[in-house]
Design a binder for this molecule. Structure first.
Ligand code: TYC
Length: 113
């Protein structure tokens, strides 16, 4: 018994078949930023960018100088949980070393970034 389907949206018994639509979406991503201040030593910021964000010495120096000159800069882009954890760790580390350095995170494509 071979009944050929005459329509690509029906099966052999002419039951309608709906194409599955993809269910998985990529997670929303967040950028972690450091803010400039007048007191935190440049060397402390460079070492922090190496330690917490795994940048090379030269990348870390470029990012630190960008923050110093422009007021803020992106350290990395992560899922929400990872971004929140990095911010907590960095702010605690800076406080523990008596520096006023501030780290924040915000959704990527944020209007003001
Ligand atoms: N502006 C600081 C200084 O002149 C250096 C600095 C860079 C501080 C980046 C914070 O996120 C920062 N010592």
């Amino acid at each position: 018994m071979s009944v050929k389907s005459h329509n690509s949206n029906t099966n052999q018994d002419d039951l309608a078949i709906q194409e599955a639509s993809p269910k998985l979406k990529l997670p929303r991503m967040y950028q972690v930023l450091l803010l400039n201040d007048d007191f935190t030593p440049m060397e402390f910021v460079v070492e922090l960018l190496e330690t917490f964000f795994f940048h090379s010495r030269s990348q870390a120096t470029d990012i630190m100088l960008k923050i110093h000159n422009e007021g803020k800069g992106i350290c990395g882009i992560y899922t929400q949980d990872v971004a929140a954890t990095k911010v907590d760790l960095v702010n605690r580390y800076s406080r523990d070393h008596q520096h006023p350095l501030r780290c924040i995170f915000e959704p990527c494509n944020h209007e003001e970034s």
